[in-house]
Design a protein around this ligand. Sequence first.
Ligand code: NDP
Length: 294
Amino acid sequence: MKLIEGKPIAEAVYAECRSELEKLKAAGHLPGLAVVLVGDDPASKAYVGSKDRKCQELGFHSLKIELSADTSMETLLAKIEELNADSSIHGILVQLPLPGDLEEDTVIRAIDPSKDVDGLHPVNLGKLAMEDPTGFAPCTPSGCQRMLVEMGIETEGKNVVVVGRSLLVGKSIALLMMAKGPGANATVTVAHSRTRDLPSVTRQADILVAAIGRPHFIGAEHVKEGAVVIDVGINRVEDATAKRGYRLVGDVDFDAVAEKCEAITPVPGGVGVMTIAMLMRNTIRACQMAVAAS
Ligand code: NDP
């Protein structure tokens, strides 16, 4: 069994970012990312903190905007408008989920698609479906694809089963995997909570992607011998022995599944670290596209 670790693959992405950044800087441009956090959800705060730190580490221009949980839609939309108009900002990310009655869909649609480095604006999701390379693919799905490519795992003609159909993860991974081209060309099945006899569906998978949000849901009975398993899940489970009182586990029961697999991602240390790497890659691309358009 091969362990597909995120860190060395993310490092390869960062190396690309650094090299592209040097070229941009030499021409007098600096990529800028604005991350907007509304409220004080601890997990969201941690994600925003990591994104901001990574920007600073790479030497991007970074803006962290923290708004209180009772922020109105008008205020949030005005902030996005301001960022859309700010030429020093090339990428805008609004950390989801939003608290209270804030309408996520309206907020995402307010972001200029050319700055939507999270890839969730309808224009970018449309471009993903149309295989238009000028769009931004969502970061976690493109991180999963990058992992397969870097590990030399062939996807062409393979049965890929994705469990989960969210736009953020499952549906977008399915679109990437069924696209034409390298790292894709797969035969894709998408399963969800209404799928009948899930184990018989997932056992067809040469490559199984779990994006469910349920700790250790995928067991040995879901996986065929020799499959590749990509575990997108990040779930907090109580653990009195852990310093923070919880630990992070995936959607896959790693110990039960690993011995059947050809390769598998761990949690933590797998897909999670790829998400920020792909966000940085998208921000560089947004800056390059803004420069080309100016
Ligand atoms: P959602 O809750 O939006 O979607 C979960 C999906 O799983 C739904 O499509 C749901 O089906 C399906 N599902 C739920 N229960 C079952 C079941 N019993 N059998 C089959 N399918 C089921 O979650 P996300 O897609 O946003 O996230 C999925 C996981 O990935 C979470 O653990 C999340 O924390 C993690 N994540 C990790 C990221 C990373 O950086 N690694 C980034 C984003 C998410 P239905 O549609 O029918 O309800």
